[in-house]
Design a protein around this ligand. Structure first.
Ligand code: 7TS
Length: 416
């Protein structure tokens, strides 16, 4: 199907209307209208989120979970209301299963350090894949180093699709943890996490799904996936930086040791004995990012009002159009051609290094990311140093993609 005619609506809201909710999008960069195609790195924020953060500081700034005074109680209510919104957004079974963290990176480190340290020893395996972000590689390397467990890596084919027969061969009763990205930040590949979770559970392993790039683009249902842990970042779902979520199944979290010690995570402390707080507070030591947590809830309200399946459908059209246009360009190769994909298109050009592509595009007002995207082993797999990556959000338009293509053409002219 040709993507020449894209109806610029997300559900029943026009993209033109949506863009008015995002003040940053109307500016010029290098004298050109901003074309923001770096949403994989971080998304822009709607005014409702910006206002929610400033309202907190203007009207009810105070610490939570400890004050009897009105401001503290109000802030606590807003923060806990946000936890409820997160629960609904990923369809977790209970609010105790929602832990506020700094982001996906911290969520994975928490699981590696708390669950991993207690459950791994020499002879055990942890399975990840070739397309993982460094934050889903390094914490596992660190805990394997500390416990003597072995890290195994599922290979991918030339299209950037996981080799599931290899995964099946790798799984055994030694497998204790499988940690897999839901949607690749570099290739766009969407992995069959539900099936992979079932396969891991058959061997008695627990599964963490890195949802940093799926939560912004897909309707996520953790109960449907069946995973034991799910991690995502606020700043990639139109929320603030410095806040993210770890979902964990209650019975597993109950049996895990705290990740950090400090205020709020305890029930009572004496020099002889300390007992820990209930879930989720057991994993939330210290004063959290209160404004961030509240802002995240408001960001999720925004996504829910558009509808995640509407977002997915619209973004898919944009990406198909981008991929069609790029495919026709000589000397350009798309990296990542899975049938199930979302979010991004990565490419390399014969004539220009990705860094040069990014620099030329910037002069045209087009913001993309270039580099290894924190997936260096994936770059090695494709034998390339870097890619140029355009990543979309629901506020992008067909003309954003056209601007990308014109700018890439300009790179060909200059370097060709
Ligand atoms: N996992 C995936 C799949 C990611 O894409 C990222 C960030 C992370 C984990 C880490 O998230 P953080 O919020 O804790 O930093 N990815 C990117 C990216 O693609 N460009 O910049 C950051």
């Amino acid at each position: 199907m040709s993507q020449q005619h894209i109806k610029e609506y997300v559900g029943d809201k026009s993209v033109e209307e949506i863009r008015k909710d995002f003040p940053i999008l109307s500016q010029k960069v290098n004298g050109k209208p901003l074309v923001y195609l770096d949403n994989g790195a971080t998304t822009q924020k709607p005014l409702t989120v910006i206002n929610a953060i400033s309202d907190y500081y203007k009207e009810y700034n105070s610490n939570i979970h400890r004050g009897v005074h009105a401001l503290s109680q109000f802030a606590t209510d807003k923060y806990e209301e946000s936890r409820g919104k997160v629960r609904a957004f990923i369809n977790a079974g209970a609010e105790e299963e929602i832990i506020f963290v700094r982001g996906t990176t911290e969520a994975i480190n928490l699981v590696a350090e708390s669950y991993g340290r207690s459950n791994l020893s020499s002879g055990d395996d942890v399975i990840i894949s070739t397309m993982e972000h460094h934050s889903n590689i390094v914490p596992w390397q660190m805990i394997c180093d500390n416990t003597g467990a072995t890290l195994k890596v599922i290979p991918i084919d030339d299209n950037g699709v996981l080799m599931l027969d290899e995964y099946e061969r790798m799984l055994s009763s030694n497998t204790k943890i499988v940690s897999i990205v839901h949607q690749s930040n570099t290739l766009g590949t969407i992995n069959p996490v539900k099936m992979m979770t079932e396969m891991a559970h058959d061997k008695g392993a627990v599964v963490l799904v890195d949802g940093a790039q799926s939560a912004p683009h897909l309707a996520v249902d953790v109960q449907e996936i069946g995973c034991d842990f799910f991690a995502f970042s606020g700043h990639k779902v139109c929320g603030p930086t410095g806040v993210g979520i770890l979902y964990g199944k209650k019975d597993i979290l109950e049996n895990m040791k705290p990740y950090q010690g400090g205020g709020d995570m305890i029930r009572s402390v004496s020099f002889e004995h300390t007992s820990y707080n209930d879930l989720p507070y057991k994993f939330e030591a210290g004063t959290p990012n209160i404004a961030g947590g509240i802002g995240l809830g408001v960001a999720l309200d925004y996504l829910v009002s558009l509808g995640m399946s509407n977002i997915a459908a619209y973004e898919k059209e944009l990406l198909l159009y981008a991929r069609q246009q790029l495919t026709g360009m000589s000397g350009l190769r798309i990296i990542g051609n899975a049938e199930q994909f979302g979010g991004v298109v990565s490419f390399v050009m014969e004539s220009a290094h990705p860094h040069d592509i990014g620099t030329i595009l910037d002069t045209e007002g087009v913001a993309i990311r270039t580099g290894h995207h924190c997936t260096q082993p994936l770059m090695d797999r494709f034998d390339i140093p870097a890619t140029a990556r355009a990543s979309v959000s629901f506020y992008n338009t067909k003309s954003d993609i056209d601007a990308l293509i014109v700018a890439v053409d300009r790179v060909s002219e200059l370097f060709g």
